[in-house]
Design a protein. Structure first.
Length: 325
């Protein structure tokens, strides 16, 4: 592969997956936060009672012969959902440890975890995994740690695929979602279709990007996620006759600068790829009767690092709506 196109594929991976393999982000797989005084109690206070005292749960939770690392901090409050943070592909709990998690801990219990093989969590046993496997781990981690719902899920990049599966399985446990520059499950096939069939004399970058995507390039990730079947699972849930998220509030934060992460395709193809990206993000918002689409200026794909205030504001606004309704 040519050097220039190698850079393009690297950028494509960053935009597709979050802070993953090949990403230059320093928060891709950070060392877990140092332990704080822990408490086994994760239950919220009884309705009408005082808020529970601040407590932290830093634990490696058994999920069937291996462990998942989870960090919960903040104050559980009556009628306020637990905030569950879901990272993008190859990301970990540390992706949220900058300004976002500390700011939200004043409002509610906040839990971030690292999926199998990342951020202190044991690798999975399977040679390849799907988002169903990841949702299984999420369920086992929540149960094993005794984390009380319901949840307001904040999910980045590919994380909404897992969040969609979890919501479909536990609709009574998810009261809202904030999706941070999400990758829609139709992006890969629609962008590949936009490249068209090979033609004589086409730019090398078009040929090489087409070959990489069609050849399953996205399957080369640290989580061993099989991309195509996972996209199909998430897509089928969003394609159902009824709105997947019903009347739960869903806020989509779309990073204006993610266009800069696209490979250096000719202008017409680059525009087509960007249109697909935005259409698939809007698709999430359309799956809720209370869906909102917000463009975040001055941010690349890693909104948590570039514009953390945008994420904090979206979560606080949703918490206010949930607790006041």
């Amino acid at each position: 592969m040519r050097v220039a196109t190698g850079w393009a594929i690297l950028a494509l991976l960053v935009a597709a997956c979050g802070s993953g393999q090949g990403s230059v982000s320093p928060t891709a797989d950070p060392t877990p936060m140092p332990p704080e005084p822990s408490s086994a109690s994760m239950a919220p206070s009884p309705a009408g009672g005082e808020a529970s005292p601040p407590a932290a749960l830093i634990a490696d939770v058994d999920v069937g012969g291996r462990s998942i690392h989870v960090e919960c901090r903040g104050t559980a409050r009556p009628s306020v959902p637990t905030i569950l943070l879901e990272s993008g592909l190859d990301g970990s709990a540390g992706n949220w440890s900058g300004g976002i998690r500390p700011a939200l801990e004043a409002r509610s219990k906040v839990c971030a975890y690292s999926r199998a093989g990342l951020g202190g969590s044991d690798p999975a046993l399977e040679a390849t995994r799907t988002i169903d496997d990841m949702a299984d781990d999420l369920e086992a981690m929540i149960d094993g740690a005794g984390i009380a719902g319901p949840f307001l899920i904040v999910a980045h990049s590919l994380g909404p695929w897992i969040s969609t599966v979890y919501t479909s399985r536990h609709p009574d446990q998810v009261v809202g979602l904030v999706l941070v520059d999400p990758r829609g499950p139709g992006v890969t096939q629609r962008q590949l279709h936009a490249l068209g069939e090979p033609t004589s004399g086409e730019p090398d970058v078009v040929s090489e990007v087409r070959s990489w995507v069609a050849g399953g390039g996205f399957d080369d990730n640290r989580e061993r996620l099989a991309f195509a079947p996972s996209e199909a699972t998430a897509g089928a849930l969003l394609d159902a006759d009824s709105r997947m998220f019903g009347d739960r509030p869903v806020t989509v934060l779309s990073a204006a600068g993610t266009i800069d992460d696209l490979p250096p395709l000719p202008d017409d193809l680059r525009d087509a790829w960007w249109s697909v990206w935005l259409d698939e993000q809007q698709r999430y918002a359309d799956e809720s009767s209370r869906g909102t689409f917000v463009v975040v200026d001055g941010s690349g794909h890693m909104v948590m690092e570039d514009q953390p205030a945008a994420v904090i504001d979206a979560v606080e606004e949703m918490l206010s709506w949930i607790t006041e309704s």
